[in-house]
Design a protein around this ligand. Structure first.
Ligand code: FAD
Length: 454
């Protein structure tokens, strides 16, 4: 243990709340400030269940504070994608090998569980209804609005972690420093959350252990199960254009669109029109910036330094992995915080950029390619290659989701594998063709080449 620090965390979302536990475990005193009220006492998001896919990187970080198994118990494993076509026909595609699943968890439930764990810890104090308005990084002076009293409060921050999400005010202060790199890019799509309530018997109206997708070319709807029997659906849809949020104005427009596009979902969504017209449209942003730190005074973490679009289900997982990596670095820490922050940002930046790019790429895969039988065949062939050469070939999705290989390595390897698959697939019309001698020979040759390139 090095010198005990007074640490301020801005933002008690998923990443800030988990980080507080890790830092307190290392003996530091942590004060965590959150602009919203305590979510355990007040219904947020209109009381809607909103869920997230948690996978191996996220679980690894939860394991570090001993709650992996507890979270698994309240999470629903999703073994693969269930595709719904326009006629309501279903096709299932497993995510990985037998036993590999991603898990649907309640966002609020997980956040509240992390807060509950911190609460009895005398070294962690939550301050709700405190919004960071301004930050003077050099003077380590933060100005917050106390939403209970309406007053402004000033705070001296000995060391500040900015876990205040995609629109971070801590990052905003860094942006005002010299030669700061920052970019944000929005997709021309937004998203809207809708609900499939539990079936009449209280069970799930669709297959429970799957992530459901209605892929429709340039847009899509997905649904993830909740433990109360409901599903949270998300419609990813263009803002403008012939078929878009802008073009659907009335109940009739909505019903006609759903009848044509998602007919099997309509009987399962009795509150469709109410949900659709009352729920907000969320935007989809990628944020990249550098550096992530300011001297030894402040460090960004999670969405604050790398917000990604949600199509790989990795935003929170990547934020949790930031914590795992930082904690590993603290194992060999020499007391120099500034160089630790620098080392951390240099190590994580290529991986954050990679998952940002992978997430945008996966949007095209989910909304379009998963409806293509050739694409599904290719996935099956990749499964066979992985079976035959487990040490040499892990499909891209599995590298990202079921390993903790760096995201940048996964992206690069995925690109090499893609080139090989294009060659292999020229010889394949059905899964059985995989065993043809010419396919086996081609594959062997390509794998030798790939190994040499390493
Ligand atoms: P946030 O969750 O945004 O938390 C930031 C916190 O800071 C909030 O509590 C906020 O109120 C507080 N705050 C903000 N500004 C201030 C301020 N000025 N002062 C004080 N407090 C402040 N990720 C996955 O891994 N799997 C998924 O399946 C997945 N699905 C997603 C689906 C959608 C539609 C979206 C939009 C995202 C999804 N993500 C998913 C991404 C995931 O939600 C984020 O990566 C994750 O929430 C980031 O956590 P965070 O704590 O860094 O930021």
């Amino acid at each position: 243990m090095t010198e005990r620090k007074n640490i301020t965390i801005m933002g008690a979302g998923l990443v800030g709340s988990l980080l507080s536990l890790y830092l307190a475990k290392r003996g530091h005193k942590v004060d965590i400030y959150e602009r919203r009220p305590d979510m355990r006492k007040i219904l947020l998001d209109g009381g809607r269940s909103i869920n997230l896919a948690l996978s191996d990187r996220g679980f690894k970080a939860l394991r570090g504070i001993g709650i992996e198994e507890a979270v698994r118990k309240v999470a629903i494993p999703m073994h693969g994608r269930m595709m719904h076509d326009e006629q309501g026909n279903l096709t299932f595609q497993p995510y990985g090998k037998e036993g590999q699943s991603i898990y649907s968890v309640s966002r609020a439930g997980l956040n509240a569980a992390l807060m509950d764990l911190s609460e009895p810890n005398p070294d962690i104090t939550y301050h709700f209804n405190r919004q960071l308005l301004d930050l003077d990084l050099r003077q380590s002076k933060a100005t917050l609005r106390n939403h209970e009293t309406g007053e402004l409060e000033e705070l001296h921050t000995e060391m500040l972690f900015g876990a205040d999400g995609a629109f971070s005010m801590v990052r905003n202060a860094m942006q005002k420093t010299e030669r700061y790199n920052y970019s944000q890019s929005y997709l021309e799509y937004g998203y809207k959350e809708l609900t499939i309530p539990p079936a009449e018997d209280g069970g799930w109206a669709l297959e429970k252990n799957a992530l459901h997708i209605w892929p429709r070319g340039n847009y899509m709807m997905i649904a993830l199960p909740n433990i109360d029997g409901s599903f949270t659906c998300t419609l990813f849809f263009p803002y403008e254009g012939e078929l878009s949020f802008e073009s659907i104005k009335t109940d009739d427009d909505l019903l006609n669109f759903f009848l044509q596009t998602f007919p099997d979902a309509i009987p399962l969504m009795p509150d469709l029109a109410e949900d659709y017209f009352s729920n907000p449209i969320g935007s989809l942003v990628t944020v990249k910036c550098f550096p992530w730190s300011f001297e030894d005074k402040a460090l960004l973490i999670g969405d604050a330094c790398h917000a990604v679009v949600p199509f790989y289900g990795q935003g929170m997982n990547a934020g949790f992995e930031d914590i795992t990596v930082l904690d590993q670095m603290l194992d060999t820490f020499d007391g120099d915080w500034e160089s630790l922050f620098k080392k951390f940002e240099r190590r994580r930046k290529p991986d954050a950029d990679a998952i940002a790019d992978l997430a945008v790429m996966n949007f095209i895969e989910m909304r379009d390619k998963v409806a293509d039988p050739r694409f599904l065949l290719r996935k099956k062939i990749e499964g066979r290659i992985n079976q035959q050469y487990p040490d040499k070939w892990i499909p891209l999705y599995s590298m990202v989701t079921f390993t903790d290989l760096p995201y940048s390595y996964a992206l690069e390897t995925g690109r090499e594998q893609d080139k090989i698959m294009k060659k292999v697939m020229k010889h394949i019309k059905a899964v059985e063709d995989y065993d043809k001698p010419e396919v086996q020979k081609l594959l062997e040759k390509q794998l030798v080449k790939k190994e040499k390139l390493k």
